[in-house]
Design a protein around this ligand. Structure first.
Ligand SMILES: [Fe+2]
Length: 313
């Protein structure tokens, strides 16, 4: 298989994991993986629970899930091209072994270049989105990268500290009590790093950095990859432990240390809490309130209440 990365410099290696790093990659040359034909086939064959189609207006209130409504993959792509649709093919490495091999190779090249970087629980998602699609302000729990294949995107990345990322929100998300959306204020943009991502570029940013994304008037194909490392797992345990202290013991945690007695006490608390079954068991559901319609101006039409579909995940 051809190499994924062009060149990783000593400067990239120093910044990796703590700051935003932009690297060059060769994925736009992989027609076999990213042609319309290949995308259409995956849309048709992926487990429907891993096919997350959404539509959005200009603010969060206009966001909703969309039913494929039996449309063939090529028609779904037509709806994305002409409408306002965002498709996430979740864990595409499980749906297609070619992407499993690609995911393996991406991390093999990174880990060979950076001896301290060891990852596990990797996952890949493919994003297929309309020229005007956007993703609202949120953060992700594991380490995240965004890979641009076709079209261009603008991404705003914000500091992973208060007020941009409230610790209570991180604690609730790691404890599965809340989703990754965050409250957003337009003035946050004065503190953002802004990157325009072209085909053949990828971005990796500091852990939990809040971000939002806007396509730059092109039909867009991207990948996201996520990973865990022992440091990310310690950060997760710290937030989890702080959440228990804050919500259950009504004690305001002051430490965000990832080592020392306070950290290990929290890691122990987290393990005991999860083992005791006290963790809230949540069955996630997706309610489909639109359906794909390639002939509609936005590529989707709303469903009547009686026709809405609930997908249990
Ligand atoms: Fe994200």
């Amino acid at each position: 298989m051809p190499r994924v990365f062009d060149n990783i410099t000593p400067r990239d290696i120093k910044l990796w994991g703590n700051h935003t790093v932009k690297l060059g990659h060769e994925l736009p040359k992989r027609e076999d993986l990213f042609s319309d034909e290949s995308l259409a086939k995956i849309i048709e064959s992926i487990d429907p629970r891993d096919l997350d189609i959404t539509t959005m207006g200009d603010d969060v209130s206009t966001w909703g899930h969309v039913d494929r409504a039996g449309q063939p993959g090529s028609k779904v792509l037509d709806a994305v091209r002409g409408g306002r649709v965002w498709i996430n093919l979740i864990a595409v490495e499980k749906a297609d072994p070619r992407f499993a091999a690609l995911l393996e190779q991406m991390y093999a090249e990174l880990e060979a270049t950076m001896p301290g970087f060891k990852t596990f629980k990797r996952k890949m998602c493919m994003l297929i989105s309309s020229p005007t699609a956007r993703v609202f302000y949120h953060f992700d729990v594991p380490g995240q990268s965004l890979w641009q294949i076709r079209g261009r995107k603008r991404i705003w990345i914000y500091p992973n500290t208060e007020p941009f990322l409230p610790p209570t929100q991180v604690e609730n998300v790691v404890r599965s009590l809340a989703m990754e959306d965050l409250p957003y204020e337009p003035w946050y943009d004065e503190y953002a790093e802004v990157y325009d991502l072209e085909p053949g570029q990828m971005l990796h940013w500091g852990l939990n950095g809040p971000h939002r994304v806007q396509n730059l008037d092109d039909f867009s194909i991207s990948l996201t990859t996520e990973h865990w490392s022992s440091e990310i797992r310690r950060s997760y345990a710290m937030h989890y432990g702080n959440g228990i202290l804050r919500n259950v013991a009504h004690w305001t945690p002051r430490s965000r240390s990832l080592d020392g007695p306070a950290f290990w006490a929290k890691a122990g608390l987290t393990a005991a809490w999860r083992k005791s079954g006290m963790q809230k068991k949540q069955g996630y559901k997706r309610v489909l309130s639109y359906k794909i319609d390639p002939d509609a101006p936005l590529g989707v039409v709303p469903l009547d209440d009686k026709d809405k579909i609930t997908v249990t995940l």
